[in-house]
Ligand binder design. Structure first.
Ligand code: 8YV
Length: 309
Protein backbone atom coordinates (compact mmCIF):
# COMPACT_ATOMS: atom_id res chain seq x y z
CA UNK A 1 0.00 0.00 0.00
CA UNK A 2 1.22 3.55 -0.66
CA UNK A 3 0.27 6.89 0.88
CA UNK A 4 1.25 10.59 0.63
CA UNK A 5 2.27 12.59 3.77
CA UNK A 6 -0.74 12.25 6.10
CA UNK A 7 -1.50 12.60 9.80
CA UNK A 8 0.76 10.48 12.10
CA UNK A 9 -2.36 8.86 13.62
CA UNK A 10 -3.29 7.52 10.18
CA UNK A 11 0.25 6.42 9.39
CA UNK A 12 0.40 4.49 12.66
CA UNK A 13 -2.99 2.85 12.06
CA UNK A 14 -1.96 1.84 8.52
CA UNK A 15 1.42 0.52 9.63
CA UNK A 16 -0.23 -1.68 12.25
CA UNK A 17 -2.31 -3.47 9.64
CA UNK A 18 -0.52 -3.24 6.29
CA UNK A 19 2.89 -2.96 4.68
CA UNK A 20 3.00 0.79 4.12
CA UNK A 21 5.21 2.63 1.63
CA UNK A 22 5.28 6.42 1.85
CA UNK A 23 5.46 7.31 -1.79
CA UNK A 24 6.58 10.86 -1.11
CA UNK A 25 9.68 9.80 0.75
CA UNK A 26 11.01 7.30 -1.78
CA UNK A 27 14.04 8.77 -3.58
CA UNK A 28 13.19 7.44 -7.05
CA UNK A 29 9.42 7.14 -7.43
CA UNK A 30 9.44 5.62 -10.92
CA UNK A 31 11.95 2.98 -9.95
CA UNK A 32 10.11 2.24 -6.69
CA UNK A 33 6.81 1.79 -8.52
CA UNK A 34 8.29 -0.49 -11.11
CA UNK A 35 9.89 -2.73 -8.49
CA UNK A 36 6.68 -2.88 -6.37
CA UNK A 37 4.13 -2.97 -9.19
CA UNK A 38 3.09 -6.54 -8.42
CA UNK A 39 2.60 -6.09 -4.68
CA UNK A 40 0.78 -2.76 -4.25
CA UNK A 41 -2.93 -3.45 -3.84
CA UNK A 42 -4.11 -0.19 -2.26
CA UNK A 43 -3.36 3.52 -2.48
CA UNK A 44 -4.23 6.06 0.22
CA UNK A 45 -4.76 9.51 -1.26
CA UNK A 46 -5.57 12.96 0.08
CA UNK A 47 -6.40 16.44 -1.19
CA UNK A 48 -2.89 16.86 -2.58
CA UNK A 49 -2.20 13.47 -4.13
CA UNK A 50 -4.55 10.72 -5.22
CA UNK A 51 -4.41 8.25 -8.06
CA UNK A 52 -4.14 9.71 -11.55
CA UNK A 53 -4.14 7.69 -14.77
CA UNK A 54 -0.33 7.50 -14.77
CA UNK A 55 -0.14 6.00 -11.26
CA UNK A 56 -3.03 3.61 -11.94
CA UNK A 57 -1.31 2.36 -15.11
CA UNK A 58 1.83 1.62 -13.14
CA UNK A 59 0.00 -0.51 -10.55
CA UNK A 60 -1.63 -3.53 -12.26
CA UNK A 61 -2.58 -5.13 -8.92
CA UNK A 62 -4.31 -2.03 -7.54
CA UNK A 63 -7.70 -2.92 -6.00
CA UNK A 64 -8.69 0.14 -3.98
CA UNK A 65 -7.98 3.86 -3.58
CA UNK A 66 -8.99 5.05 -0.10
CA UNK A 67 -8.84 8.82 0.08
CA UNK A 68 -8.23 10.80 3.26
CA UNK A 69 -10.45 13.56 1.86
CA UNK A 70 -14.00 14.15 0.73
CA UNK A 71 -12.74 15.76 -2.49
CA UNK A 72 -12.10 13.31 -5.30
CA UNK A 73 -10.49 15.64 -7.82
CA UNK A 74 -7.07 13.97 -7.55
CA UNK A 75 -8.46 10.54 -8.48
CA UNK A 76 -9.18 9.44 -12.04
CA UNK A 77 -12.63 8.04 -11.24
CA UNK A 78 -13.40 7.03 -14.82
CA UNK A 79 -10.22 4.98 -15.02
CA UNK A 80 -10.90 3.36 -11.64
CA UNK A 81 -14.38 2.41 -12.82
CA UNK A 82 -13.07 1.01 -16.08
CA UNK A 83 -10.44 -1.10 -14.27
CA UNK A 84 -12.74 -2.23 -11.43
CA UNK A 85 -10.69 -0.35 -8.82
CA UNK A 86 -12.79 0.66 -5.83
CA UNK A 87 -12.69 4.20 -4.45
CA UNK A 88 -13.67 5.52 -1.02
CA UNK A 89 -13.55 8.99 0.57
CA UNK A 90 -14.37 10.63 3.93
CA UNK A 91 -17.73 12.40 3.63
CA UNK A 92 -19.92 13.64 6.52
CA UNK A 93 -17.30 13.48 9.28
CA UNK A 94 -15.72 16.74 8.08
CA UNK A 95 -18.87 18.66 7.13
CA UNK A 96 -19.18 20.56 10.43
CA UNK A 97 -15.51 21.55 10.53
CA UNK A 98 -15.43 22.87 6.99
CA UNK A 99 -18.68 24.78 7.50
CA UNK A 100 -17.41 26.19 10.81
CA UNK A 101 -14.28 27.39 9.06
CA UNK A 102 -16.27 29.06 6.29
CA UNK A 103 -18.16 31.06 8.93
CA UNK A 104 -14.88 31.77 10.71
CA UNK A 105 -13.45 33.18 7.50
CA UNK A 106 -16.50 35.38 6.93
CA UNK A 107 -16.20 36.80 10.43
CA UNK A 108 -12.43 37.13 10.18
CA UNK A 109 -12.60 39.07 6.91
CA UNK A 110 -15.51 41.37 7.77
CA UNK A 111 -14.58 41.98 11.41
CA UNK A 112 -10.83 42.09 10.55
CA UNK A 113 -9.97 39.62 13.32
CA UNK A 114 -6.45 38.88 12.10
CA UNK A 115 -5.61 42.54 11.55
CA UNK A 116 -6.97 43.39 15.02
CA UNK A 117 -4.84 40.63 16.55
CA UNK A 118 -1.75 41.94 14.74
CA UNK A 119 -2.50 45.46 16.01
CA UNK A 120 -2.52 44.30 19.63
CA UNK A 121 0.59 42.11 19.30
CA UNK A 122 2.60 44.81 17.54
CA UNK A 123 2.15 47.13 20.53
CA UNK A 124 0.38 49.80 18.44
CA UNK A 125 -2.68 49.75 20.72
CA UNK A 126 -0.49 50.38 23.77
CA UNK A 127 1.30 53.20 21.95
CA UNK A 128 -2.05 54.85 21.32
CA UNK A 129 -1.79 54.55 17.53
CA UNK A 130 -5.33 54.68 16.13
CA UNK A 131 -6.89 51.52 14.68
CA UNK A 132 -8.65 51.45 11.34
CA UNK A 133 -12.39 51.75 11.28
CA UNK A 134 -13.00 49.37 8.41
CA UNK A 135 -14.64 46.64 10.50
CA UNK A 136 -17.88 45.57 8.84
CA UNK A 137 -20.96 43.93 10.30
CA UNK A 138 -21.48 40.26 9.42
CA UNK A 139 -24.98 39.63 10.79
CA UNK A 140 -27.60 40.17 8.13
CA UNK A 141 -25.26 40.09 5.11
CA UNK A 142 -26.57 38.12 2.13
CA UNK A 143 -24.60 34.89 1.71
CA UNK A 144 -24.47 33.28 -1.74
CA UNK A 145 -23.34 29.66 -1.83
CA UNK A 146 -22.00 27.83 -4.88
CA UNK A 147 -22.88 24.16 -4.37
CA UNK A 148 -25.63 23.24 -1.94
CA UNK A 149 -24.39 19.77 -1.01
CA UNK A 150 -23.60 18.60 2.52
CA UNK A 151 -21.04 21.32 3.22
CA UNK A 152 -22.99 24.08 1.41
CA UNK A 153 -26.11 23.24 3.43
CA UNK A 154 -24.17 23.25 6.71
CA UNK A 155 -22.79 26.70 5.84
CA UNK A 156 -26.30 27.94 4.98
CA UNK A 157 -27.72 26.69 8.30
CA UNK A 158 -24.97 28.40 10.27
CA UNK A 159 -25.28 31.68 8.35
CA UNK A 160 -29.06 31.65 8.92
CA UNK A 161 -28.36 31.83 12.65
CA UNK A 162 -26.61 35.16 11.92
CA UNK A 163 -29.82 36.40 10.19
CA UNK A 164 -28.13 36.20 6.78
CA UNK A 165 -30.46 35.75 3.80
CA UNK A 166 -29.20 32.74 1.82
CA UNK A 167 -29.09 32.28 -1.94
CA UNK A 168 -27.34 29.62 -3.97
CA UNK A 169 -26.20 28.35 -7.34
CA UNK A 170 -26.06 24.70 -8.28
CA UNK A 171 -26.55 22.70 -11.48
CA UNK A 172 -30.27 22.59 -10.79
CA UNK A 173 -32.70 24.00 -8.27
CA UNK A 174 -33.02 21.85 -5.12
CA UNK A 175 -36.57 20.69 -4.43
CA UNK A 176 -37.96 21.58 -1.01
CA UNK A 177 -35.31 24.24 -0.26
CA UNK A 178 -36.48 27.76 0.44
CA UNK A 179 -33.18 29.57 -0.24
CA UNK A 180 -33.24 31.75 -3.34
CA UNK A 181 -31.90 29.89 -6.39
CA UNK A 182 -29.83 31.69 -9.04
CA UNK A 183 -29.35 29.80 -12.31
CA UNK A 184 -26.01 31.54 -12.98
CA UNK A 185 -22.98 32.23 -10.79
CA UNK A 186 -22.73 35.80 -12.13
CA UNK A 187 -26.32 36.40 -11.11
CA UNK A 188 -25.66 34.96 -7.65
CA UNK A 189 -22.51 37.09 -7.24
CA UNK A 190 -24.34 40.26 -8.30
CA UNK A 191 -26.99 39.63 -5.64
CA UNK A 192 -24.98 38.70 -2.55
CA UNK A 193 -22.50 40.31 -0.15
CA UNK A 194 -20.47 37.19 0.56
CA UNK A 195 -19.91 34.50 -2.08
CA UNK A 196 -18.81 31.06 -0.85
CA UNK A 197 -17.32 28.30 -3.00
CA UNK A 198 -18.53 24.98 -1.57
CA UNK A 199 -18.88 22.74 -4.63
CA UNK A 200 -16.74 19.83 -5.80
CA UNK A 201 -13.88 20.53 -8.22
CA UNK A 202 -14.72 19.09 -11.63
CA UNK A 203 -13.81 20.21 -15.18
CA UNK A 204 -17.10 22.21 -15.17
CA UNK A 205 -16.37 24.05 -11.90
CA UNK A 206 -12.69 24.85 -12.62
CA UNK A 207 -12.38 28.67 -12.64
CA UNK A 208 -16.05 29.00 -11.72
CA UNK A 209 -14.85 32.22 -10.09
CA UNK A 210 -13.63 34.21 -13.09
CA UNK A 211 -13.29 37.90 -13.92
CA UNK A 212 -16.98 38.28 -14.70
CA UNK A 213 -18.03 36.75 -11.36
CA UNK A 214 -15.48 38.84 -9.45
CA UNK A 215 -16.73 42.03 -11.15
CA UNK A 216 -20.32 41.09 -10.32
CA UNK A 217 -19.38 40.60 -6.65
CA UNK A 218 -17.71 43.99 -6.75
CA UNK A 219 -15.71 46.28 -4.44
CA UNK A 220 -18.01 45.61 -1.47
CA UNK A 221 -18.22 41.86 -2.00
CA UNK A 222 -16.25 39.17 -0.20
CA UNK A 223 -15.18 35.81 -1.64
CA UNK A 224 -14.76 32.79 0.64
CA UNK A 225 -13.09 29.67 -0.77
CA UNK A 226 -13.14 26.47 1.28
CA UNK A 227 -13.37 24.31 -1.87
CA UNK A 228 -10.29 23.94 -4.04
CA UNK A 229 -7.79 26.49 -5.35
CA UNK A 230 -8.55 25.79 -9.02
CA UNK A 231 -12.18 26.83 -8.51
CA UNK A 232 -10.81 30.36 -8.73
CA UNK A 233 -8.90 32.09 -11.51
CA UNK A 234 -6.24 33.12 -9.01
CA UNK A 235 -4.50 35.69 -11.21
CA UNK A 236 -7.84 37.48 -11.69
CA UNK A 237 -8.58 37.29 -7.97
CA UNK A 238 -5.19 38.73 -7.02
CA UNK A 239 -5.46 41.64 -9.44
CA UNK A 240 -9.03 42.42 -8.33
CA UNK A 241 -7.94 42.48 -4.67
CA UNK A 242 -4.79 44.52 -5.34
CA UNK A 243 -6.75 47.03 -7.45
CA UNK A 244 -9.61 47.25 -4.94
CA UNK A 245 -12.18 45.85 -7.39
CA UNK A 246 -13.14 43.19 -4.82
CA UNK A 247 -13.92 43.99 -1.18
CA UNK A 248 -12.08 41.10 0.46
CA UNK A 249 -11.40 37.37 0.51
CA UNK A 250 -11.07 34.50 2.96
CA UNK A 251 -9.09 31.69 1.40
CA UNK A 252 -8.33 28.23 2.79
CA UNK A 253 -7.21 26.80 -0.56
CA UNK A 254 -4.96 27.92 -3.39
CA UNK A 255 -4.08 27.04 -6.96
CA UNK A 256 -0.59 25.71 -6.21
CA UNK A 257 -0.42 24.85 -2.50
CA UNK A 258 1.65 25.64 -0.49
CA UNK A 259 2.55 28.54 -2.79
CA UNK A 260 0.32 31.53 -2.07
CA UNK A 261 0.56 34.65 -4.25
CA UNK A 262 2.75 37.04 -2.24
CA UNK A 263 0.83 40.10 -3.46
CA UNK A 264 -1.87 39.00 -1.00
CA UNK A 265 0.42 39.13 2.05
CA UNK A 266 0.17 42.89 2.43
CA UNK A 267 -3.62 43.11 2.09
CA UNK A 268 -5.51 43.49 5.38
CA UNK A 269 -8.88 42.64 3.79
CA UNK A 270 -7.66 39.14 2.98
CA UNK A 271 -7.36 36.17 5.36
CA UNK A 272 -5.11 33.31 4.26
CA UNK A 273 -5.21 29.83 5.78
CA UNK A 274 -3.08 26.73 5.04
CA UNK A 275 -5.89 24.37 3.88
CA UNK A 276 -7.18 23.55 7.36
CA UNK A 277 -10.90 23.16 6.66
CA UNK A 278 -11.06 19.67 8.13
CA UNK A 279 -7.98 20.14 10.28
CA UNK A 280 -9.25 19.56 13.83
CA UNK A 281 -7.88 16.73 15.96
CA UNK A 282 -11.34 15.16 16.20
CA UNK A 283 -12.15 15.27 12.50
CA UNK A 284 -8.74 14.16 11.26
CA UNK A 285 -9.04 11.14 13.53
CA UNK A 286 -12.55 10.35 12.26
CA UNK A 287 -11.28 10.69 8.65
CA UNK A 288 -8.36 8.37 9.39
CA UNK A 289 -10.71 5.81 10.96
CA UNK A 290 -12.80 5.86 7.78
CA UNK A 291 -9.73 5.37 5.56
CA UNK A 292 -8.63 2.37 7.59
CA UNK A 293 -12.19 1.04 8.00
CA UNK A 294 -12.73 1.09 4.25
CA UNK A 295 -9.45 -0.72 3.59
CA UNK A 296 -10.20 -3.36 6.20
CA UNK A 297 -13.71 -3.86 4.81
CA UNK A 298 -12.31 -4.27 1.31
CA UNK A 299 -9.68 -6.82 2.27
CA UNK A 300 -12.16 -8.76 4.44
CA UNK A 301 -14.71 -8.79 1.60
CA UNK A 302 -17.18 -6.76 3.63
CA UNK A 303 -19.27 -3.82 2.35
CA UNK A 304 -17.27 -0.58 2.10
CA UNK A 305 -18.18 2.12 4.64
CA UNK A 306 -18.15 5.08 2.23
CA UNK A 307 -17.90 3.81 -1.34
CA UNK A 308 -17.67 6.18 -4.31
CA UNK A 309 -16.87 3.68 -7.07
C1 8YV B 1 -8.01 17.63 3.80
C2 8YV B 1 -9.83 18.13 1.98
O1 8YV B 1 -7.35 18.80 4.12
O2 8YV B 1 -11.47 16.50 2.39
C3 8YV B 1 -10.93 17.21 1.56
O3 8YV B 1 -11.27 17.19 0.36
O4 8YV B 1 -9.40 18.95 1.24
C4 8YV B 1 -9.34 18.06 3.37
O5 8YV B 1 -10.22 17.46 4.21
C5 8YV B 1 -7.05 16.77 3.13
O6 8YV B 1 -7.51 15.74 2.36
C6 8YV B 1 -6.00 16.25 4.11
O7 8YV B 1 -4.85 16.12 3.41
Amino acid sequence: MTCPPVHPYLVEALEKRFTLHKLDSVPDKAQFLSSHRDSIRAVVGNAAAGADAELIDQLPKLEIVSSYSVGLDKIDLAKCKEKGIRVTNTPDVLTDDVADLALGLMLAVLRRLCESDRYVRSGLWKKGVGFNLFLLQFSGKTVGIIGLGRIGMAIAQRAEAFSCPISYFSRSQKPGINYKYHPSVVDLAANCDILVVACALTPETRHIINREVIDALGPKGVLINIGRGPHVDEAELVSALVEGRLGGAGLDVFQDEPNVPEELFKLENVVLLPHVGSGTVETRQAMADLVVGNLEAHFLNKPLLTPVV
